[in-house]
Design a protein around this ligand. Sequence first.
Ligand code: 6R9
Length: 632
Amino acid sequence: MGTDNEPGRGDRVAPPSGFVGSANVTAGIREEFAEEGVEAWARAADLLDWDREYETVLRDDGGLEWFADGRLNAAANCLDRHLEERKNRVALRWEGATGDARTYTYLDLHREVNEAAAALRDLGVEADDVVTTYLPNVPELVVTMLACARLGALHNVVFAGFSADELAARLRRTESGYLVTCDGYYRRGNAVNQLTTADNARMAVDHAVETVVVGRLDDGVYLSDDHRRYEDLLDGHRGETVAPVARDATDPLFVIYTSGTTGEPSRVTHTTGGYLAHVAWTGHSVLDIKPTDTHWCAADAAWITGHSYMVYAPLALGATTLLYEGAPDQPAKDRLWGLVERHRVDTFYTASTAVRAFMKWGEEYPASHDLSSLRLLGMVGEPIDPRAWNWYRDHVGRRECPVVDTWWQTETGGVLVSTVPGVDDMKPGSAGPAVPGVDVAAVDREGDPVAEGDPGHLAVTTPWPGMSRSLAREAGGAGDDWLYVTSDRAVVDGDGYVTFLGREDDTVTVGNTAFGPATLESAVIETDGVAEAAVVESSERGGTAVAYVCTERGRSGDAAMRERIADHVAERLGPTARFGAIVFTPDLPKTHSGKIMRRLLGAIADGEEYGDTSALRNPETVGEIETVVDDG
Ligand code: 6R9
């Protein structure tokens, strides 16, 4: 379907030969998993150090238990066990929003995590307590997460931009008695007073919340008697070590809330053994992270993606992980590519919506940096259209890097659908087959498979180690009858490759046909000059669909462009596929996980109340969009 040199939807693209020879996982892996069955997951567990070996890979004891009877500590797996071989290698590199930078070797990180663990322990934190963090992407966030893991306490990482109400709800629902926050931080060049928001949240909950404050601004933010300074606490424990608490494989490692782009955010709890094994294995097999690599997951640490592939997978694998604070276009639109160049990044993983934003900004930004260190590109979070896929592969990956489009969810812990980069052909616009050891199918509402090539709900039909505790509980005793039906709509082709159409709650009806938003958006994006699009249903506008469109830089959204979009969509999807309105906007509202907030766009189109926008990474776009909609 593509042009001679641009593969299109459904076309196969072989993994680059230069990559194949050195990939962590090579041909035969799918056959091995198929032959060995569930035992094949022992590979994942073997990437970890266990205090007590597990007895069974998967036991069904009324609930599923991965690596049952095994005991381990996640922080010891991410730090202690690397000290012997690589204590002076860099574990964490950080670049702050204002250009400040810090580097932690494995020894440094081990030291600070121990000090933080000692400090938290002295505040009363015990195994199974919940410690909430309310911090931007700063090293202290990673340190606190690992300090909790060391103590067997659960971290509950809350996005730094959330309002006091959102934070209070999360403190309340997890009964969390501890909060690690900061005095403030810089957001788009402006200092944000984080502590006041944190205090407002604390006052809104009934229980006491012991509060630790990281000094990020150091401009004399007032601390009262019930605030403890992070730096002072650690000073009181310099050089101390805390023995890592051995946890059962099935013991919780952390809690996290789902993004809530559509429904209410819900709480998800992940296990210590199954989760860590799953993310380490997929970091190794899908993201191809090697211990000598600098891996960069350019995302917010508060998103599950940050937990799994910024913190746990790269550190469990002994690699260098890069953490950045701030925005990809601040101070300039080449910020990320400067970081790749400076730190010689090997494997790069980011949100699919970020890729579309890069395309919107223009190819000159990646072109102005030396990106030759990159070996693999990945993305996650939303369906990607073939055009953005090709742009990423061409302009960031020089056609020398495999591109992995990874599908997974907060509930799944780690990647479930993706090509294995050194093994499988890629297909632009399709995430690929399920990873080895996992089976998926498109099913109807009853859970029965739909005909091949028909859209359905994506269902995962086998258990996997990274499954959340509630999914493991639910699957117990159900044997082969169990399947996990997601609210994602998808088509599975004859090769088992999955193309995602968007979430069922986002389905848009035009001309009597219900489309997944991705189908409509992909058709809009194919139009020359369009970079990003979101299509939502509007009840105000006669039940029609509204397309919000961002143009590529240098291209203007005018009547001619509107016509070209309408014509192209009609040509692609049929003459009844017509929008009620096409609205040009500089940006789309996105959550901290980069997901387009379609619900909000629907409310704007209908002139409805939409309430709290603190879940957005770019709340300032809402006003801009309202202005365009009002004018239009
Ligand atoms: C990791 C993460 C989960 C939802 C998921 C789906 C969407 C994620 C995707 C994708 C198409 C991909 N999603 N990856 N859709 N292609 N490669 O994003 O977790 O924040 O819980 O969101 O994201 O709709 O159901 P989470």
